[in-house]
Each structure stands twice: as structure tokens, then as C-alpha cells.
Write a protein that binds this ligand. Structure first.
Ligand code: AMP
Length: 398
């Protein structure tokens, strides 16, 4: 990863900082239901204020598609943010065509914090319109991006603005980039990746990138069925992408050519119904009945992954081992997640996870807290695992 600058590299005293954050939080009846994302940006705001800057918060909410949609206003977020920060955050409505943002920004004093209305109310936000980016940039004299989760989009407030004003990474962005570099760019080897979840069709680029970068690739979840089928295993009624058997074979051949060991389940948990508490049985992966579905990995498979984790220095994890939402098919995900958490606590493993359902699965296992880093970024985390450049990050490179 090329170098990027952070708050450590710029003077902050007396500056007006445009701080891009992710405040796309769940709101019900005008009240914030989960403040996790709000809490993540508090340290950067606090540091900026403590160092004598004023802060203009830029954030999107939902998908108003370039129009003012009152139900998608960021107004309800300001009180929750004020509470988390312990100081008042003033909400400033703007339709991004008026001059309300300019007026509010010009009146700022050191330590003041304002939150501007949803950037996606502006027609030019998602098209990365240069005039809008310039209008945003002129509100302040330093752009700080703390929204890794929005960095895979080249929007005016994530990418365009950085071309018109000095741009650096905020603390949350910095932590995310550090964790990602530790996982795949300059990792401690051996690196083991777990890729699970439903289908390989949504993770082809990700699998392609990982086979080139990691030493061991553990494939779990529904997608393992497609790989088993590609090896001639009969998978009954299991979720399986029969049109991608050749693709699965190609991925295995590429992995072999790159020296990446692929691990598939050797034993599996089978059921005839996809529902909680469904009658299930344990079987060899080669012994799946025509009317049965593979819904989780079995104890031998789990033991093999845990033994591989004993040899690994770094773990990158995306996707569950089984249908983790419906017990008992959460067993393998819970077991391996807890083992990885223990290895991490012992200082033996650097563990980085994220994307889609992974955060929910690790939370459910009670393992997330002990992982080195769990990314809540979703799409941006997956695109990074795919090896793609993220425009919002690239814009910060020096
Ligand atoms: P993804 O969004 O691709 O990470 O997939 C997550 C989903 O895959 C979860 O909802 C799991 O229930 C589902 N899943 C994992 N393993 C299986 C399986 N063996 N059969 C069906 N669904 C599965």
C-alpha cells in the first residue's frame, strides 16, 4: 500500500476540517437504534477539537438519489452524536444548492462541530461532480476521511473533494488501513484465509485474489459444496452452483500453481430441512444422501482447521462455515471463531475479519471482541479482499 498521511502529519490548530464519516446508522421513528458507527468516529472528532480545529461533518444516509428526501435527513443523528461526543453537534440543513453550508462553516470557531445534511441529497454526490466536490472543499481547508466503509465509491464527498484540498486519513480510517495491510500486504506468514458463505458466484474475484496471496485457503459454507461437487462428490440437495464447477476447478488449479493449499470439509452436518432444530446427522462428505443438504462442517473438518490455525500467524476471515443463523448449524462457525479468538488472545495469531454476515457470525460466537480487527465496512472490505483499489483510499495516497 503506498503511503498516506494522517492527523500526525498535519497542523490542526485553527483549521476548518471537513471530516467525512459513516453515519449510515439504523434509525427508527427518528431515534438512532445502534450507535456503533457513531462511536467509531468520536475519537477523530475529539482529537480535532482538542487540537484547536473546527469540524464540518460530511456523511450520507440511505439512498435519496440526488434529491431532498425528508425521511432520509441526517437530523436525528446530531443528538446521538452530541451525546457520544459529550458536546453539542449542530445540524445544518442544506439542499446543497443553497449557501447554508457556507454560512455555517464561515461562522465556526475552534472546537465547534457541525453536521451537514445528507451528501446524497446533492445530485452530484454519486456522480462525483467536480463542481460539487469543489463546493465541499471550499467549506474547509483540510479534508479528513474517516469513512473506510464508503471508500469503495468514487463520490464527491469521498473522492472528488480530495482533489481540491489537502487530504489525510482520520483515526478510524488509519486503523482500518493498518489492519488490512497487516492481513494481506505485509502479513506475518503463514497466512490462512477462511472464505465461507452461500455462493462462490459472489466471491469469484475474492477467491482469485486470495489464492494468489495466502498460504492456506479454507473454504466453508454453501460455497464448499460447489468445490466438493467439482471434485465429483455427490452433494444431494445442498446449495450448489452447478454452472460453476469448471470455475471451481480453475480456482483449485490456480491455487495449486501458486502454492496455496485449499482445505475443504471432510465431514459434514446434514439435514433434510433448512430450519432451526431440524433433525440432522453427521456424515463423511462423500456420503450425502440424494435428499439431504450439507448445512455445516463436521468435527473432523473443524479440528483440521484448528490444527491449521495452530500453524498460521495471520488469519483473514470472510463468511460463515454453515447456516449459522439456524442452530445447530452454527457449531463450526462458533467453534473455529472461538478458537481463533483464543489464539489471538495468546498473542499467537493476528486475526482480521469482515464483510457481510461475518461480523454477525463472530458476534454471535462471542469471538469478535478478541479478534485483532473486525471490519464493519461490508462492501469496501470485500472489494479490498478482491484486491481492488478503493477510490476513497487512493485519493489519500501521497
Ligand atoms: P454470504 O453472504 O455469501 O457470506 O453468505 C452467508 C449466508 O450463507 C448465511 O446466511 C448462511 O446461512 C449461508 N450458508 C452458509 N453455509 C450454508 C450452507 N451449507 N447451505 C446453505 N446456506 C449456507
Amino acid at each position: 500500500m503506498p503511503a498516506f498521511r494522517s492527523l500526525d502529519d498535519v497542523a490542526l490548530e485553527g483549521r476548518k476540517v471537513l471530516l467525512r464519516v459513516d453515519l449510515n446508522v439504523p434509525i427508527e421513528n427518528g431515534v438512532v437504534r445502534d450507535a456503533t458507527r457513531i462511536e467509531r468516529v468520536v475519537p477523530t472528532i475529539r482529537e480535532l477539537c482538542d487540537k484547536g480545529a473546527s469540524v464540518i461533518l460530511l456523511a450520507h444516509f440511505d439512498r435519496p438519489k440526488g434529491k431532498v428526501v425528508p425521511e432520509m435527513s441526517l437530523a436525528p443523528v446530531a443528538p446521538a452524536l452530541s451525546q457520544a461526543l459529550g458536546k453539542q453537534v449542530r445540524f445544518v440543513f442544506t439542499d446543497w444548492q443553497d449557501t447554508k453550508a457556507e454560512e455555517a462553516a464561515s461562522a465556526l470557531k475552534p472546537g465547534d462541530v457541525i453536521l451537514l445534511e445528507n451528501t446524497r441529497f446533492a445530485a452530484g454526490e454519486e456522480t462525483n461532480d467536480a463542481a460539487l466536490a469543489e463546493k465541499m472543499a471550499k467549506l474547509g481547508d483540510l479534508f479528513v476521511n474517516d469513512a473506510f466503509s464508503a471508500a469503495h465509491r468514487a463520490h464527491a464527498s469521498t473522492e472528488g473533494v480530495a482533489h481540491h484540498v489537502e487530504a489525510v486519513a482520520g483515526r478510524a480510517m488509519q486503523a482500518e488501513l493498518k489492519a488490512l495491510a497487516a492481513a494481506l500486504e505485509t502479513p506475518k506468514r503463514p497466512v490462512l484465509a477462511v472464505v465461507g458463505g452461500a455462493k462462490i458466484s459472489t466471491k469469484l474475484d475474492l477467491l482469485g485474489n486470495l489464492t494468489a496471496k495466502v498460504d492456506v485457503l479454507v473454504i466453508g459454507g454453501g460455497m464448499a459444496n460447489t468445490f466438493l461437487a467439482a471434485q465429483g462428490v455427490k452433494v444431494g440437495k445442498s446449495l450448489c452452483e452447478n454452472d460453476l464447477l469448471d470455475t471451481a476447478r480453475e480456482i483449485m488449479a490456480n491455487a495449486a500453481a501458486k502454492g496455496c493449499k485449499i482445505m475443504l470439509p471432510s465431514d459434514v452436518v446434514l439435514a433434510k430441512q433448512f430450519k432451526a432444530g431440524a433433525e440432522s446427522r453427521l456424515a463423511d462428505a462423500h456420503d450425502v444422501g440424494a435428499d439431504e443438504m450439507i448445512l455445516d462442517a463436521g468435527p473432523n473438518s473443524r479440528a483440521a482447521v484448528k490444527a491449521a490455525l495452530d500453524q498460521a500467524a495471520t488469519l483473514v476471515w470472510n463468511g460463515p462455515f454453515g447456516a449459522f443463523e439456524i442452530p445447530p448449524f452454527d457449531a463450526a462457525t462458533n467453534d473455529v471463531a472461538r478458537y481463533a479468538a483464543t489464539r489471538t488472545k495468546l498473542g499467537k495469531l493476528i486475526s482480521i475479519a469482515g464483510g457481510g454476515d461475518t461480523v454477525a457470525a463472530l458476534n454471535q460466537a462471542g469471538a469478535a471482541e478478541s479478534f485483532t480487527y473486525v471490519s464493519t465496512a461490508g462492501g469496501a472490505f470485500l472489494e479490498w479482499l478482491e484486491g481492488k483499489a478503493l477510490p476513497g483510499v487512493t485519493a489519500l495516497y501521497v
